[in-house]
Write a protein that binds this ligand. Structure first.
Ligand code: MRU
Length: 339
């Protein structure tokens, strides 16, 4: 059964609490705006598309609770919620994309604002699955029988409503009978690769092997890796890609070893408005690096640099797989065309 990360049921949001994986599959109800913001900040839900959909459903939750208030009051409450949710995590553009869509719909709806917001958020949630299915169908074409694929972070059902981006492509190729092997990086410090990607790959029955982040170059050389597939949190109009910290080194290595490096992302991850200077790379709590679980693995006062994302230049990217097709260089021209 394909995992589903989030759902909307009778005015409540139901999520898989990803902080409990892989040891426990815990479902959690989010009943307040504060709980939705906390879930995004503390990464109970994470992954660019899922962050966007969670925020949209957060707006639906607020609208649902305010449904008997005046139109003006609902719009005021929604704008407040928009600002709170927009500030939860800075890098994934899907958050801004989703919140903007919902607020614009609320402002333009002449009659029942609550209903319009709830309908749109639920529609966006369902559309995410369809978009990922299309992306998987498009993307599996680049995967050959016998491929040994390296992936990073978690880009599967758990990073989206369901199906996933890069991992969605990999699993689709496997389900179509292609004989593949997958190497997953553990993805320090929050271990999305070890905890979530390995959980999903084992759940789907794919031949998969976990490696440390430090083992990447050696594994490419020794294990016959033929392709690298990653997701994205934001892609600029020239193809510059922001994704989980460690992506840049994978792209540089793929280039060095002359193997293709693909980014898989829905068009909602493409940001045609921002330039490099506008993008904030999230820096997270130093204790994520100083500690594993409750135990310090460095001196308590060790100085730490903990960026959550990095920037991969377009010249290192072989292709960007979207639900609308595969974008190849020159990105400046071809991204504009597809958008
Ligand atoms: O910090 P996270 O776990 O939210 O980061 C997730 C990633 O970087 C993914 O690779 C990215 O969101 C694309 S996958 C859908």
């Amino acid at each position: 059964m394909v995992l589903r990360s989030i759902d909307w049921k009778d005015g409540k949001i139901l999520i898989i609490d990803q902080t409990c994986l892989p040891n426990q599959l815990v479902y959690k109800e989010l009943n307040t705006l504060e709980a939705v913001a906390e879930a995004i900040v503390n990464m109970r839900v994470r992954g660019a598309p899922l962050i966007g959909i969670t925020a949209a459903l957060g707006m639906a939750l607020v609208a649902y609770k305010a449904k008997n208030k005046s139109r003006e009051e609902i719009l005021r409450i929604l704008k407040e919620a928009y600002n709170i949710l927009l500030n939860t995590r800075p890098t994934a553009v899907n958050l801004r994309w989703a919140l903007k869509r919902v607020l614009e719909t609320a402002e333009n709806s002449k009659e029942d604002v609550s209903k319009a917001v709830i309908n749109l958020a639920v529609e966006m949630m369902n559309a995410d699955i369809e978009i990922n299915r299309k992306m998987a169908a498009v993307g599996q074409n680049i995967i050959n029988n016998g491929d040994v694929i390296l992936t990073h972070c978690n880009t599967g059902s758990l990073a989206t409503v369901s199906v996933g981006t890069a991992l969605g492509v990999i699993i689709e190729a496997f389900n179509r009978g292609k004989k593949i092997m997958v190497y997953a990086t553990e993805t320090r410090p929050l271990l999305q690769g070890a905890r979530l990607t390995m959980f999903e790959l084992i759940h789907e029955g794919v031949d998969s092997t976990l490696i440390t982040d430090n083992a990447v170059a050696h594994a490419i050389k020794e294990k016959g890796i033929t392709k690298v597939l990653v997701g994205a949190d934001r892609i600029l109009s020239d193809g510059t890609t922001f994704n989980k910290i460690g992506t840049l080194q994978l792209a540089i290595l793929a280039n060095h070893f002359k193997i293709p490096f693909y980014v898989v992302a829905p068009t909602s991850t493409i940001d045609m408005e921002s330039s490099r200077e506008d993008v904030i790379i999230e820096e997270r709590d130093p204790n994520e690096i100083r500690k594993i679980g409750d135990t310090y693995i460095s001196p308590k006062d060790a100085k730490v640099y903990n960026p959550a994302f990095d920037e991969t230049p377009p010249e290192l990217i072989t292709g960007i797989i979207t639900e609308k097709g595969i974008i190849t260089p020159p990105y400046k021209y071809n991204i504009k065309k597809i958008m």
